[in-house]
Design a protein around this ligand. Sequence first.
Ligand code: OKP
Ligand code: ZN
Length: 342
Amino acid sequence: MLTVYTDAHRLHAGRAELYNGTITPCFEKPERADMVLARVRDSALGEVRAPKDHGLAPVLAVHDEGYVRFWETAWQRWSEGGRDWDALPKMWQVRRLRATIPDHVEGQLCYYSMDAGTPLTAGTWQAITGAANVAVTAADHLLSGAKSAFALTRPPGHHAARDYCGGYCYFNNAAIAAERLRAGGAHRVALLDVDYHHGNGTQDIFYQRDDVLFLSIHGDPRTEYPFFLGHADETGEGAGLGYNANFPLAAGSSVDAWFAALDAACKRIEAYGADALVISLGVDTYEGDPISRFSLAHDDFLRIGQRLARLGLPTQFCFEGGYAVEPIGVNAVNVLQGFELG
Ligand code: OKP
Ligand code: ZN
């Protein structure tokens, strides 16, 4: 399997996040992708290729223009004021506050964010445009006839909606890939999110569309982040009604329950008649993950790949979460190797 990867992700390295009442180092850090890349190489998964530069058109195909342009100049505008620290929003446009875009960069960051875990840093723009290029290059590989591709994207993307960031995510790499597959001739794309957290951003982007079926298996938002989306009764709207499927599982659910949900999701994909598949591949479902509460073991990740292979579809994997850094490469590459075993 081809892996698409760029070092540009390293330019995005947030300094700190608020966790359990304490300012701690960011869980979402460059070592995550470095570890996955090292495992890709050690396991001889296949060629590792740099992305092509596709410009902003594929990003603008799924994101709001003002949102994209905000990120393009945000760090320059933030640092102009002599601020050399990461920018984090501390206020949100909640109920009955006016949805007007402020003039100041800090107010704009608040407007375009859903949480305080998604920092603006000096290298954020280069990293997020690099990740988008990785996703598009991998999609193009499928469009040229390949059976599979791994987009080793960082930062992750699935919490990023059309016009807001959150959950360590800025541009929605998997959505960008799915849209690229559609534009390149796939009629029906299924996008399955197996990260521990609901892919609220991806759901938002495709909620009114019937040409991309979005499915997500995740910790129940009644108790888990992102709380405000990911419930079972969210099934799409307008033309998209019936093309959104959430499989929330209680935190602490068993491995058997997780695989039953995977099986149900796969059956939906088959019934849909997808001609391409995108997987939002988070491995924070791992039993040792520091911020999540499922209990998949190393070998379970092999089984995920094997189950997905049975769908027999051209498949792009897009990397998302996973915060147990030492085993992150084994878990992610196990999915890819399981897929290749079939
Ligand atoms: C990202 B991915 C707010 C941040 C709370 C966010 C978890 C994001 C998970 N201070 N934690 O889905 O793995
Ligand atoms: Zn996650």
